[in-house]
Design a protein around this ligand. Structure first.
Ligand code: ADP
Length: 530
C-alpha cells in the first residue's frame, strides 16, 4: 500500500507540474509576445547629441524638449558608454525607466519605458498564472479523486470473513487483529447467550417469584411465578404500584429502594409467602431492588399446626397429671379418708392409663411427622386381623349391647404394615362403639380389588354433622369433648387413621347422617414390594 500511495502521489505531483508547465508555457509564450509587441509600440526613443539637445524624439517635438545633459542615464552613457535611471512622475503617478547608450557618432540613444506597461505586463502574467493554477488545481483534484478511489478500492474489497487476507500487505496485521477480536467477540457472545439462557431457564422454572425493580420502582424483570402470585399478566415496564397494590409490599419495597434489606410474610391469593427484599447496591449507590417470593403456605400451616399441637399436648397432659398429683398428695398427707382410698387409686390408675394412651398416640404421630416410620410391609391375613380387633373390643361393645359384625372374604390376604392396619381397625371400631347408641350395631366390611384394599366401618351411632366432618381428623379435635374423655378418647385416633391410610397411599372418606350413623371408608394400595 505504501508503494502504491507513493507511486500515486508522485504521479499526481508530476502530472500537475507537467500540466502547469505546459499550460503556463503556452499561456506565457502568447502573453509575453503580445506584451513585448505592446511594449515596443509604447517605447519612447530619443536621440540626444553630446551637448544634451534632443535631436530626435518619437513622442514629442525635439524643439520643445529641454536639455538632457543632466539626466543620469545620459551622463552615464557619455561617461561609460551606457547609463540607466528611473524617475517617478507625481503628475502621472507612474515610474519611467530609462536606458541610454552612446552611439559611434557620439550621439546618445535613449529608450524610455513607463511602469504603466510594466505593471500591465505583470498583471497579465499574474492572471495567466492564476488561471493556470486554478486549472492545474482542478486537474490535480480530478486525478487525486481517481487515485484515492484506486487506493481505497482494495481496502473496501477486503473480505473480513475470508481465511486469508487479500489486498495490501500493510493491512495484514489489522486483518489478523480484527480476526482475533472477531473470534473473541463471538466466543463472548456465545458465553453471554449461554448465561442468558441459563438465567432465563432458572428464572422461569423456579417456583419462587422473582421481581427486579430499578431505583424508581419500575419493574425490570419478572418471572412467570411472580406474575401468577401477583395475579397480573404483565409486569415488565410497569411501576410496582400498578403491579401490586398491597400497602405492606409497597412500603417495604420503598424501604428496599432506599437501601434497607428486609423480610416479611405476606398473603397473596390464598397462599402465604415469605417475601425477601434486597437492595441492589454498587458501593453506596442503589440501583434498584430484588424481591423474592417464597411460598411457605405448607410450612406456615405446619408451623401453626405444630404450635397448636404443642399447646394442646400440654393441656391434654396437664388435666390427668393435675388429678394424679392432687389425689396422690391427699393420700400422702393423710387428708384422704380410708373410704376414699380405693376410688382415688382407681382415678389415679385411669388417669395414668389415659396419660399413657395420649403419650403413646403422640409418639405415633410424631413418628409420622418425622417420616420415621419404616416401610415394614408383610403379607398377612386381613380378615384375621380384623377379627382379632373385634374380639379385643368385644367387652366394650357388649357393655352397650352393641353387635359388631365382620363381613368380607375370610381368605383375604393383603400386603401392608400389619401393626398399622391393626391400629387403624382398632381406632375405627373403637369409635364406632364409643359413639354408638345402646343396642346399636357396627359392621366391618373388608374387600380387595386389584391392588386396592377397602375397609369400611359402619355404625348406627350418633352421627357427625357436616360442619365437624372436615375437622375430625385434626389432632385433639372432638365433637363432644366430654363424651370423648369419658370413653377414654385422646382426640388423636382419627389423625392416626388418616396418617396410616396416607402412609399406604390411600385416603379416608366419611359418610354420616346425624342420629342414623357414620360410615368410615378407608381405601389404600397394597404393596408388592419384596
Ligand atoms: P377420640 O379419641 O375423641 O375418639 P378421634 O380422633 O378418634 O378422637 O375422633 C375425633 C372425634 O370424632 C371424636 O371425638 C368424635 O367426636 C368424632 N367421631 C369419631 N368417630 C365417630 C363415630 N363413629 N361416630 C360419631 N362421631 C365420631
Amino acid at each position: 500500500m505504501t508503494k502504491r500511495i507513493f507511486r500515486y502521489m508522485s504521479l499526481l505531483i508530476l502530472l500537475t507540474i507537467l500540466f502547469f508547465a505546459v499550460l503556463g508555457g503556452f499561456a506565457f509564450s502568447g502573453t509575453f509576445g503580445a506584451e513585448v509587441k505592446d511594449g515596443l509600440k509604447t517605447l519612447r526613443v530619443s536621440i540626444i547629441n553630446e551637448s544634451g539637445e534632443v535631436i530626435f524624439d518619437n513622442v514629442a517635438d525635439p524643439g520643445t524638449l529641454e536639455n538632457h545633459l543632466d539626466r543620469p542615464e545620459v551622463v552615464g552613457a557619455i561617461q561609460n558608454g551606457t547609463g540607466e535611471s528611473e524617475r517617478f512622475s507625481d503628475t502621472l503617478g507612474e515610474t519611467t525607466y530609462y536606458y541610454a547608450v552612446r552611439l559611434a557618432d557620439g550621439n546618445i540613444l535613449r529608450l524610455a519605458l513607463t511602469t504603466d506597461n510594466a505593471t500591465g505586463l505583470l498583471y497579465r502574467f499574474i492572471s495567466v498564472i492564476l488561471i493556470c493554477l486554478v486549472l492545474a488545481a482542478f486537474f490535480a483534484f480530478l486525478i487525486a479523486q481517481r487515485l484515492t478511489k484506486r487506493i481505497i478500492a482494495p481496502i473496501n474489497n477486503i473480505d473480513l470473513d475470508a481465511d486469508e487476507p487479500d489486498g495490501y500487505d500493510e493491512l495484514v496485521p489489522f486483518f489478523w487483529k480484527i480476526e482475533t477480536q472477531k473470534r473473541e467477540l463471538t466466543a463472548q457472545l456465545a458465553e453471554i447467550e449461554t448465561r442468558n439462557t441459563t438465567i432465563t431457564a432458572i428464572m422461569e422454572n423456579m417456583r419462587e417469584g422473582l421481581l427486579l425493580l430499578n431505583e424508581n420502582g419500575l419493574v425490570m424483570l419478572a418471572n412467570e411465578s411472580v406474575l401468577e402470585i401477583l395475579g397480573v399478566s404483565e409486569a415488565v415496564g410497569r411501576n410496582m404500584v400498578s403491579v401490586c397494590r398491597d400497602v405492606t409490599f409497597l412500603e417495604t419495597a420503598k424501604k428496599c429502594l432506599a437501601g434497607e434489606k428486609s423480610e416479611t410474610v405476606m398473603g397473596f391469593r390464598d397462599r402465604i409467602y415469605n417475601v425477601l427484599f434486597n437492595p441492589v447496591l454498587d458501593g453506596d449507590a442503589i440501583h434498584g431492588g430484588v424481591v423474592l417470593f417464597i411460598d411457605i403456605t405448607e410450612r406456615y400451616a405446619a408451623e401453626a399446626q405444630r404450635k397448636e399441637f404443642s399447646a394442646n399436648v400440654s393441656h391434654e397432659l396437664q388435666t390427668p397429671l393435675t388429678t394424679i398429683v392432687a389425689l396422690s398428695e391427699m393420700i400422702a398427707d393423710g387428708t384422704a379418708k380410708d373410704k376414699d382410698l380405693q376410688p382415688f387409686a382407681d382415678k389415679i390408675s385411669s388417669q395414668s392409663l389415659r396419660l399413657i394412651n395420649i403419650i403413646d398416640d403422640i409418639i405415633k404421630l410424631s413418628e409420622f411427622d418425622e417420616d420415621a416410620v419404616p416401610k415394614e410391609f408383610t403379607r398377612f391375613h386381613l380378615y384375621d386381623v380384623a377379627d382379632a380387633v373385634i374380639r379385643g373390643l368385644h367387652e366394650k361393645a357388649a357393655a352397650q349391647n352393641i353387635t359388631v359384625e365382620l363381613k368380607g372374604d375370610s381368605q383375604l390376604f393383603i400386603e401392608a404394615n400389619m401393626r398399622m392396619i391393626d391400629e387403624l381397625l382398632y381406632n375405627l371400631v373403637d369409635n364406632a362403639i364409643k359413639y354408638n347408641r345402646i343396642g346399636g350395631d357396627v359392621t366391618v366390611s373388608l374387600s380387595a380389588k386389584d391392588d386396592r384394599v377397602r375397609i369400611e366401618v359402619k355404625d348406627s351411632g350418633i352421627g357427625i354433622s357436616q360442619e365437624h366432618i372436615s375437622r375430625i381428623f385434626e389432632r385433639f379435635y372432638r365433637v363432644d369433648k366430654s363424651r370423648s374423655k369419658k370413653t377414654g378418647g385422646t382426640g388423636l385416633g382419627l389423625s392416626i387413621v388418616k396418617h396410616i391410610a396416607e402412609f399406604h397411599g390411600g385416603q379416608v372418606e366419611v359418610e354420616s347422617k346425624m342420629g342414623v350413623g357414620t360410615n368410615f371408608i378407608c381405601t389404600f394400595e397394597q404393596s408388592h414390594e419384596e
